[in-house]
Design a binder for this molecule. Structure first.
Ligand code: NAP
Length: 302
């Protein structure tokens, strides 16, 4: 029996594991990528204490920190969580079963899709949502990034290291979400061309992506298309209880990160907390509060 089972191995989940272990709670973390989505960003410039840090390196440090304190880490996705009496049974995709007194949901968000024809079919055949993972495959290619937030900026900067040209296609007439530091760097690298007030409406190609058609009628010949249009709060496992979620799908939590289900807490981007400001700093904050709340919950139960 674990004191705390954590679903999600990003900054919220790993921080919760660190705090839980320091409260002498027996904790286990389930996830697919240790470090979570931040591992896709090699240019993190706003995590206190680090002027510039590679997200993969920061994720590794958090993983080592949690492991060093005795947390168990499993690279497995959870497929179901069931409340059984006063505890919870978690089953993974590989049918690992564990029971825990408390559960923390911290699996973050999923990449949003454009919802156009061939987007899924060409995924991995020129279409991607991870410039860090796939950027190097596009050496000397012309590529495009769709989106106008920080993810699009980071992707365009990574891609400009490899590609011969990077279009950034944004549906508004100027950037307003993206950090100005990213805009400045894109302007300076000489490889980026901004296409404002336009959208990708069709993916062109036979076996793999060859280009895109835009709403204004223009077509672009491309080797790669990176879709960086934000994230959605999808819950990828089943439960035998109903979690309260807001109308967008974020899990509702109180100030102590507790959900409506006794013993179930949530932290990080999947919650409606921190004013939906999705940052590593806010995920770390929510993860630490959640571990403290799970600890206090356990004290009250015993
Ligand atoms: P985001 O800030 O929500 O931006 C998504 C962008 O995609 C917006 O510009 C949006 O357009 C556009 N978009 C959404 N749906 C679209 C569609 N169907 N077709 C075309 N465009 C569409 O998402 P994000 O950039 O992934 O960032 C998410 C969070 O992570 C943010 O809080 C961000 O600051 C954070 N983040 C931080 C860093 C960093 O600090 N280094 C790096 C990456 C991400 P509109 O603007 O018109 O809505």
């Amino acid at each position: 029996m674990y004191d705390l089972a954590i679903i999600g191995s990003g900054p919220a989940g790993l921080t919760a594991a660190i705090y839980a272990q320091r409260y002498n709670m027996k904790s286990i973390v389930f996830g697919d990528v240790m470090g979570g989505l931040m591992t896709e960003n090699p240019f993190i410039e706003n995590y206190p204490g680090f002027k510039l840090v590679d997200g993969a390196k920061l994720g590794k440090e958090m993983e080592e920190h949690a492991k060093g304190l005795g947390a168990e880490l499993k690279m497995e996705k959870i497929k179901s969580v069931e409340k059984k009496g006063d505890s919870f049974e978690l089953t993974s995709e590989w049918d690992t079963k564990i029971t825990a007194k408390t559960v923390l949901i911290a699996h973050g968000l999923k990449h949003r899709k454009l919802g156009i024809r061939s987007e899924n079919e060409f995924h991995g055949k020129g279409v991607s949502s991870c410039a860090t993972c796939d950027g190097a495959f596009f050496k000397d290619n012309v590529v495009a990034v769709v989106g106008g937030g920080d993810s699009a900026g980071v992707a365009a900067l990574i891609l400009s290291e490899f590609a011969s040209k990077v279009y950034v296609i944004y549906r508004r007439d100027k950037f307003f979400r993206m950090q100005s530091a990213y805009i400045k760097k894109m302007k300076e690298n000489g490889k980026t061309e901004f296409i404002f007030s336009d959208e990708v409406v069709e993916i062109l190609g036979k076996e793999k992506l060859e280009g895109v058609k835009l709403k204004t009628g223009k077509t672009l010949e491309l080797g790669g298309l990176f879709i960086e249009i934000g994230f959605e709060p999808l819950i990828p496992f089943t439960t035998n209880f109903e979690l309260d979620r807001d109308k967008r799908g974020f899990i509702k939590v109180g100030k102590n990160q507790a959900t409506n289900i006794d013993g179930v807490f949530a932290a990080g981007d999947i919650t409606d907390a921190s004013n939906l400001f999705h940052q590593i700093a806010t995920a770390v904050g929510e993860g630490s509060i959640a571990a403290d709340s799970a600890y206090l919950f356990g004290l009250n139960q015993s």
